[in-house]
Design a protein around this ligand. Structure first.
Ligand SMILES: *Cc1c(COP(=O)(O)O)cnc(C)c1O
Length: 402
């Protein structure tokens, strides 16, 4: 009986939207004894590290580094600029905005949520109405999730900036780029973002455990006017340390810093514009395959409009509810782990493809081949030729060498 052999033995592939695949160079950079934290190399590497981190966010301003995941940076950012009793506006296109808004409530702010559901991008008119109604200027910040990782919606941050400017509303524009930094085009300064939060385990390809808060002068003015800021979250000393330990308010995340250094070297060697273009091309191949599968009527892309799809994660839904069995098949039979249907009411029917960070053409083709195989095994109706369409999307847009 050879019907039921598993084909999972071999190098496994974690294709979830964070943590992402770690490059060997990152792993190798971390494989060393603990360094001296009072003197030498570790201390000396910090100025270049923060500079290169700011280059990824396309900002000339400041970055504070926290030993924290993305949730930690949500709280860190809010703690520096939002006082108890103040109001934040949270336009939500998926689960993550709700999470950030809940955290604002947790520090005593009032979160005014505008819920666009889990498959629609922001409607700017509704955001404009909320801002216009705020004649007393109680809204101190807009919490803008660039790519919502649960829904895979990519929202238009420059359009939101333009809206705030047109209305003359002084609220800070705070962007969550945890899923998009190092994947989707994001330009903090050119887009007029005041505060950006991100973390290291997605587009930055480093193990989870470090988070970043980038902020400009306008945000710093608000920080300076705060009645108090918890000492640990305070970004002041972290960005202008007199002593090395103040970067982290304690022991540095030594090995993460070495890993991040290697990851930043890879990103800047490739070139950030190329990194964005690579993610876009890979996403185009993934969409091409998914759109063909969808012709069978059993699978849907969560985001209909290509212009609002993330280049780093793709959320899918099986109408027969078999998202979980499909994921179980790819993991146990093929060694391919796909993302769960996060924050969706019918989460069991949903799954997500993570394609952020250290991902290339052959990996994407393997991931799509894994999904095709699972659909075949589970007898899920699907359009034919999905892999051909993905291959064509990559081939048509690849530089040929002769
Ligand atoms: C992953 C993610 C988070 C949460 O990050 P954690 O490190 O899991 O706390 C928040 N926002 C977005 C957009 C994300 O993709």
């Amino acid at each position: 009986m050879t019907n039921h052999i598993s084909l999972a033995q071999g190098r496994e592939y974690l294709a979830i939207p964070g943590p992402s695949v770690m490059p060997d160079a990152v792993l190798q950079a971390m494989h060393r004894p603990s360094p001296n934290i009072y003197d030498g190399e570790l201390i000396e590497m910090m100025p270049a590290l923060t500079r290169d981190l700011c280059r990824v966010a396309r900002t000339k301003h400041n970055v504070a580094i926290y030993i924290a995941n993305g949730h930690g940076t949500w709280e860190a950012a809010l703690s520096n600029v939002i006082a108890p009793g103040e109001v934040v506006l949270a336009p939500a296109s998926g689960r993550f905005t709700h999470g950030w808004a809940e955290m604002a409530e947790g520090i005593g702010a009032t979160a005014q949520l505008i819920d666009f559901g889990s498959s629609k991008a922001w409607e700017l008119d509704r955001i404009a109405d909320a801002l216009r109604a705020d004649t007393a200027r109680q809204i101190k910040a807009v919490l803008a999730v660039h790519v919502d990782t649960s829904s895979s919606i990519r929202n238009d941050i420059p359009a939101l900036r333009a809206l705030l400017d047109d209305l003359g509303h002084p609220a800070l524009l705070m962007a969550d780029c945890i899923a998009s930094l190092g994947c989707d085009r994001f330009e903090m300064d050119a887009w007029g973002v005041d505060v950006t939060v991100s973390a290291c385990q997605k587009g930055l390809m480093t193990p989870a455990g470090m988070g970043f808060v980038f902020f400009n002068d306008k945000a710093q003015e608000k920080r300076a006017a705060m009645p108090r800021v918890s000492q640990y979250w305070d970004w002041q000393k972290r960005t202008n340390p007199e002593l090395f330990y103040q970067y982290f308010n304690g022991t540095a995340p030594t090995h993460h810093l070495y890993g991040l250094r290697a990851a930043l070297d890879m990103i800047h060697a490739e070139g950030l514009d190329h990194v964005w273009a690579r993610h876009e091309r890979l996403a185009t191949a993934i969409w091409a395959a998914c759109e063909i599968w969808a012709e069978g009527g059993a699978l849907h892309l969560n985001v209909a409009d290509r212009a609002h799809r993330s280049h780093a994660v793709t959320a899918l839904r099986l109408t027969d509810g078999r998202g979980t069995p499909l994921r179980s098949f790819t993991e146990s039979q093929l060694g391919l782990t796909l993302g769960i249907g996060l924050g969706m009411e019918d989460w069991d029917g949903c799954f997500r493809l993570g394609h952020m960070g250290h991902v290339n053409g052959q990996m994407v083709m393997a991931m799509l081949g894994g999904v095709e195989t699972a659909m075949a095994a589970l007898d899920i109706p699907r359009g034919q030729g999905a892999l051909d369409a993905a291959a064509a999307a990559l081939a048509a847009r690849t530089i040929t060498q002769s």
